[in-house]
Design a protein around this ligand. Structure first.
Ligand SMILES: Cc1cc2nc3c(=O)[nH]c(=O)nc-3n(C[C@H](O)[C@H](O)[C@H](O)COP(=O)(O)O)c2cc1C
Length: 354
């Protein structure tokens, strides 16, 4: 309430020319809070929402609740403790690339408040796998599962994409509960081509093999789980191909979906290039999750993401078959209590049905 009526208008006003300013303000505050035990416990006391009824185990990982923060918010993993204190059940950090890169020129995030939507063309700005590994090695582990999202560096030629992903995977293996293979951002030229059957098969074969090698080197029985995040713009045949490859390569789950190139659902005409997220994506993301769940028939779990703003949207995504959900754009529009709001509502549903 306070967020929507007071804080949000201020944040949006000071960042009217470049919404990324608000993002950096929030990230700087969260990164600072992450260093203070006192602040973390205050945030946790106000925001976290714990109930055994919300906990679940998916792809071998224990989640305190099913509401995660989607990839791209904490790109370098600098605010993981504070984000965990806000009550998320897990965080997908990144997307990280092998090489440090600045991303596209700013402005590269655009707000469409009337539709509770965003267009972004960030292009994976991040500090690179080496620097992120070095910082994580000096930081305490957070208590919730962390998945690192891996992407391809812009400078890496398409033919060397696999080695790029493998490099980041090795660097971040010690700090990951699972990995997301991001082949669906629209903002790195050629990245989405990695969703095609043959390149995807080669990539996932190499990734799954590498996680097995790393597990055996470290005497772990279970390799780290590997998930694949896909685009909502795939045709049904392309989705079928992705599913075939994921099942045959023993991938542990599919995340649907990333941002869309479609502009359907936006009231205001725009020529901004990039991926659309938020409310206009919701129906498509739910339909995709439902289709994938039908096709995989319980063999692997599906993580639902796209335009989830509250418990009703979350329930729709779970009814479509999702095992876990993630949010990004609603964190911007609804504020820091989003995980608590959704979890409180979900618990209400379970009480109502028992
Ligand atoms: C500003 C911004 C940056 C994003 N960066 C990434 C990213 O680096 N990696 C990724 O997999 N997804 C990224 N996403 C996509 C989100 O993780 C999510 O899939 C998408 O926004 C749909 O969910 P939403 O409607 O809840 O935002 C980004 C989204 C936004 C709005």
């Amino acid at each position: 309430m306070v967020f929507k009526s007071i804080l949000r208008p201020v944040f949006f006003k000071v960042s009217a020319d470049d919404p990324e300013k608000a993002h950096h303000l929030v990230m700087t505050s969260l990164a600072l809070a992450s260093k203070s035990k006192v602040l973390l416990s205050i945030i946790e006391a106000a925001m976290a929402y714990k109930s055994p009824a919300l906990a679940r185990t998916v792809f071998g990982v224990d989640f305190p609740n099913p509401v995660g923060l989607a990839g791209g918010f904490d790109k370098n993993g600098t605010a993981l403790p504070a984000l965990a204190a806000l009550g998320f059940g897990f965080i997908e950090a990144g997307t990280v690339t092998r090489y440090q890169q600045p991303g596209n020129a700013r402005p590269r995030i655009f707000r469409f408040s009337e539709n509770e939507a965003l267009i972004n063309r960030m292009g994976f700005p991040n500090q690179g796998a080496d620097a992120i590994r070095a910082r994580l090695a000096r930081s305490p582990r957070v208590k919730i599962p962390i998945g690192w999202s891996l992407g391809k560096s812009k400078v890496t030629p398409q033919a060397e994409a696999i080695e790029d992903y493998l490099y980041s995977l090795r660097q971040l293996d010690d700090f990951s509960d699972f990995f997301t293979i991001n082949v669906s951002s629209p903002n790195t030229p050629g990245l989405r081509k990695l969703q095609d059957k043959e390149p995807l098969d080669q990539l996932l074969h190499a990734i799954v093999q590498e996680t097995a090698t790393l597990a055996s080197q470290q005497g772990r029985a279970q390799p780290k789980a590997v998930l694949v995040k896909i685009a909502p713009d795939l045709t049904q045949e392309q989705i079928d191909d992705v599913i075939d490859v994921c099942l045959s390569r023993n991938v542990n789950g599919i995340i649907a979906s990333n941002t869309t190139l479609s502009r359907a659902g936006l009231q205001r005409a725009t020529t901004e290039v990039g991926g659309l997220s938020g409310r206009p994506l919701h129906a498509r993301a739910c339909a995709m999750v439902q289709y994938i769940c039908q096709q995989v028939d319980g063999k692997i779990p599906v993580v639902g993401v796209g335009g989830i703003f509250g418990p009703d949207d979350a329930k729709r995504m779970f009814d479509a078959g999702a095992s876990l959900i993630q949010v990004y754009t609603s964190f911007i529009y609804e504020g820091p209590a989003i995980a608590k709001q959704i979890n409180t509502g979900l618990l209400q549903y379970t009480h109502d049905t028992h």
